[in-house]
Design a protein around this ligand. Structure first.
Ligand code: 13P
Length: 254
């Protein structure tokens, strides 16, 4: 089935806790050539300390900037936290929300994800909401119910007009950093289920506008088959986004 909807592919690199400012500049320099094609958008999410430097390094390129997380309050006594406004100020247009590492190690829940999406939207940052099941949930046959809960609770209270403008990243936890990518069938099955759910939350047309990215061991040698799936609209890339050659090839998916 061909992609019928007007969705521009999005390839996002989540650098996680990697890269000094000098490393960020070098990496950007070696991927910027690959990032010019009109039919695809490229975004990188460096650590906070490299955002401003990265913002300068991407000037004049087609690369966009994302934060990896934000706090739900606009300001206050929250030591170690960063607000949406601060991310905007540093040059971000996107922000990753509810990454599984945040859920796993830092206690984030569907409710904090919802609050963070709200906070991002307040300052016109585009949230990329991450969802995904653990290995245990998959093996227990609970993948689709878990995904449905994460989407419904994470997006609770948002109107159709809001939901249609969002980006969702499906990242099965068992595929992250393990080298064990979901097969294209496994990924497409979940992406299709998300799309069906979105029909309810954003309407028929709205659901077709939402980009649903796949993440979890995306590499140069599996991006093409993943992107060939009708409901996979891009990728959220971890490890391979730190390797200029690999990430350039991923950006250049065919
Ligand atoms: P890997 O690509 O390293 O598996 O990480 C995926 C991820 O968590 C992106 O957010």
């Amino acid at each position: 089935m061909k992609k019928s909807a007007p969705r521009r592919a999005l390839i996002a690199g989540n650098w996680k806790m990697h890269a000094t400012r000098a490393e960020a500049v070098a990496l950007i320099d070696s991927i910027k050539e690959a990032a010019g094609a009109r039919d695809r958008e490229v975004v990188i999410a460096p650590p906070y300390t490299a955002l401003e430097t990265a913002a300068r390094a991407i000037e004049g390129t087609a690369i966009g900037l994302a934060g990896q997380n934000l706090h739900w309050e606009p300001k206050g006594a929250f030591t170690g936290e960063i607000s949406g406004e601060m991310l905007k100020d540093a040059g971000c247009t996107y922000v990753i929300v509810g990454h599984s590492e945040r859920r796993q190690y830092f206690g984030e829940t569907n409710e904090t994800v919802r609050q963070k999406i709200e906070a991002a939207l307040r300052v016109a940052l585009k949230p990329i909401m991450c969802i995904g099941e653990t290995l245990r949930e998959r093996e227990g046959g609970n993948t689709l119910p878990v995904i449905e809960r994460q989407v419904r609770d994470g997006l609770a209270g948002f109107g159709r007009d809001v939901v249609r403008g969002l980006t969702i990243a499906y990242e099965p936890v068992w595929a992250i950093g393990t080298g064990k990518t979901a097969t294209q069938e496994q990924a497409q099955e979940v992406h299709a289920a998300i799309r069906t759910l979105l029909k309810e939350l954003a309407g028929d047309t709205g659901s077709e506008a939402v980009r649903v990215l796949y993440g979890g061991s995306v590499k140069a040698d599996n991006i093409d088959t993943l992107m060939a799936q009708p409901d996979i609209d891009g990728a959220l890339v971890g490890g391979a986004s730190l390797d200029a050659a690999a990430f350039s090839r991923i950006i250049g998916f065919r």
